[in-house]
Ligand binder design. Structure first.
Ligand SMILES: C[S@@+](CC[C@H](N)C(=O)[O-])C[C@H]1O[C@@H](n2cnc3c(N)ncnc32)[C@H](O)[C@@H]1O
Length: 279
């Protein structure tokens, strides 16, 4: 849309400022074709704040400003689905079966979005270990606080769960009532397995402790450039148990990026010096 047709003044310089802020603080690379997308994502924020020019909005914006989180939330892309890239859940089921009895299995899901991915992990654990309280703990993080709010609520429209089996629907969801009429809600025993928290993969300190049996970092590295991908992925190494597994998205390939991980199946990696048998 030409600038003069827009409700708010938005210049190429404004787009460059947004691009720079998002790259420096979230690692997200916006290519130049995204300039209309940025306008449409941020225009709601200008309306809410009653600011009439993007330049004025950006002048007041910095990581410590109250608007900062809204800015990030508006610009992330949160596409996800239950049991997306299902082959990973089959691998996880195999790992859970082999895991020594009595030792908790820890998972970090680091781009959890609206919750479908961590809930699918929890559901896989319940199905595989055939108990409502499997010894599994899942930390689900994301940079976007708004999607995490949706994730915590665990309420989904019917079309989000249409690919799940009737057995899964009965086992894992309640029918929504009142304001959630027509929707489904994840059952409390599934929610109990997950702890949601905000975490920016670019932050110097990750407020995450200990080591994990599995890290799911799927479909977020694609938004980063190669140096950022390398930095983030290599920071996972100390957080992975020696026989742990790192899962990435279908178009994310770590082999050209780092020597710290070796492939172990389709978009699944182990530490390069791991004792895990490669298949
Ligand atoms: C496309 S979704 C992927 C969701 C899920 N992992 C999946 O594969 O279905 C990407 C998610 O990464 C999050 N994200 C983007 N940049 C991030 C960063 N720097 N730190 C943490 N999360 C980030 C976004 O907020 C978004 O929810």
């Amino acid at each position: 849309m030409a600038n003069h047709e827009r409700e708010f003044e938005y210049t190429p310089r404004d787009f460059m400022r947004v691009k720079d802020l998002l790259y420096r603080h979230a690692g997200i690379v916006l290519n130049d074709s995204k300039d209309s997308l940025v306008y449409s994502r941020l225009v709601r924020r200008l309306r809410a704040l009653q600011v009439s020019r993007f330049a004025d909005y950006l002048d007041d914006l910095h990581p410590d400003s109250p608007e900062w989180q809204n800015f990030l939330n508006a610009l992330t892309t949160n596409l996800t689905a239950f049991f997306r890239e299902n082959h990973h859940f089959e691998v996880l089921a195999g790992l859970l079966k082999q895991h020594p009895i009595g030792q908790p299995f820890r998972i970090w899901c680091c781009a959890a979005s609206t919750g479908e991915e961590p809930y699918s992990l929890a559901m896989t654990a319940v199905e595989t270990l055939q108990r409502h309280d499997p010894p599994v703990s899942i930390i689900a993080t994301d940079i976007d606080t708004q999607v995490l709010q949706t994730a915590r609520a665990g309420v989904y429209a019917q079309d989000r769960v249409r690919d799940l089996s009737l057995t899964q629907l009965r086992q894992f969801f309640l029918k929504g009532t009142g304001k959630n009429e027509g929707k489904v809600q994840v059952k409390p025993y599934i929610k109990k397995l997950i702890q949601f928290q905000t975490l920016n993969l670019l932050a110097k300190d990750w407020s995450i402790s200990g080591q994990f049996d599995a890290i799911f970092c799927r479909n977020v590295l694609i938004y980063f450039d190669k140096p950022t991908q390398k930095t983030v992925v290599e920071r996972f190494a100390p957080h992975l148990k020696v026989d742990g597994h790192l899962f990435v998205g279908h178009s994310e390939n770590l082999t050209p990026i780092t020597r710290l991980f070796s492939p172990c199946g389709r978009t699944v990696y182990t530490l390069a010096n791991s004792p895990v048998e490669k298949h």
